[in-house]
Design a protein around this ligand. Structure first.
Ligand code: NAD
Length: 288
């Protein structure tokens, strides 16, 4: 397969490198120049002969701008596979535009972070037509370990932001419960032993425990270096609230989590720390 790859940053570069072991990959990025990938001088040049064009870009506005540039030059029948995390509306707009150029579009945001991109163990949540999903499935298998087809265009993004809204809310709940336990004189190991096997268990407690030295290894054991940075959690929570606003969905916990992560990232030195650093944040605070 001939693959064009636009956006070779922290995630895109290792994903493209894994694909280049099996397919012909031509990349384009406005800044990054990763080793080992043949680079074109424009997005159009990287995509005009491609069977599949993958984009891995920072946000929906940039995705729309790149799509407007590449769709007119892509081969009819080719597939635009966007793996960025963007708003549902942009994903659907890009799919509609692709259709007018006789292209297929799949939105397939990922979870698994930079480590997963390097190791080829990402999880993809995909929206778009069945036939196009089947065509790109072998590429998901190279870049990741799991791909779930969630329905039509935009549903991959919908699945991602719903998952990450739960993640943000449960991380906050786990961190505030640890701080309450501390103040009640409950040992953290005892707290973990009870909650991780009781009805309060969650991925944030059992697999990514925010308390250093407790549970499996996590960013808390590495001075809260990300991992999954607080500002990326804030990005995804903001997307969840944009979507909730557009769909008229009542999401009070998502809204509260968004406000807390915004405060943490913008006013409390949370930028650059793992999103589980909410625990030391709560430790420093008092009620009221
Ligand atoms: P990044 O900023 O490292 O990479 C984005 C790349 O896009 C940069 O190299 C930038 O130069 C390039 N770019 C920007 N505008 C461009 C344009 N018009 N044309 C061509 N290239 C352009 O970001 P990242 O961490 O690789 O994340 C990419 C996407 O993946 C984001 O949507 C992010 O939310 C999502 N994501 C990231 C992680 C993570 O852990 N980093 C995890 C899951 C999902």
């Amino acid at each position: 397969m001939k693959i064009g790859f636009i956006g070779l940053g922290n995630m895109g570069a290792p994903m493209a490198a894994n694909l280049a072991k099996h397919h012909e990959v031509t990349g384009f990025d406005t800044i990054a120049k990763p080793d080992g990938i043949t680079m074109a001088t424009s997005a159009a040049d990287a995509t005009k002969d491609a069977d599949v064009v993958i984009t891995m870009l920072p946000n929906g506005d940039i995705l729309r701008a790149v799509a407007a540039e590449i769709h007119p030059v892509m081969k009819p029948g080719a597939i635009h596979l966007d793996c960025s995390t963007v708003d549902v509306e942009s994903a659907r707009a890009v799919a509609t535009q692709a259709d007018t150029h006789n292209l297929a579009a799949i939105d397939a945001p990922v979870s698994g972070g930079i480590g997963g991109a390097q190791a080829g163990t990402l999880t993809f949540m995909a929206g778009g037509p069945d036939a196009a999903f089947a065509t790109v499935k072998p590429l998901f298998d190279i870049m990741g370990q799991k791909a779930v087809h969630c329905g039509p265009a935009g549903n991959g993004q919908a699945a991602k932001i719903c998952n990450n809204m739960i993640l943000g809310v449960t991380m906050i709940a786990t961190c505030e419960a640890f701080v309450l336990a501390d103040k009640l004189g409950l040992d953290r190991q005892a707290m973990f032993d009870v909650v991780s096997t009781s009805s309060g268990y969650s991925w944030t407690m059992n697999a990514y425990c925010p308390a250093p030295g407790i549970g499996p290894q996590s960013p808390a054991d590495n001075d809260y270096k990300p991992g999954f940075a607080a500002e990326l959690m804030l990005k995804d929570l903001n997307l969840s609230q944009m979507a909730a606003e557009a769909a008229d969905a009542d999401t009070p916990m998502g809204q509260a989590a968004t406000a807390l992560y915004r405060q943490f990232v913008e006013n409390e030195d949370g930028k650059g720390k793992d999103f589980s650093a909410m625990l030391p944040r709560f430790e420093k605070r008092h009620r009221g």
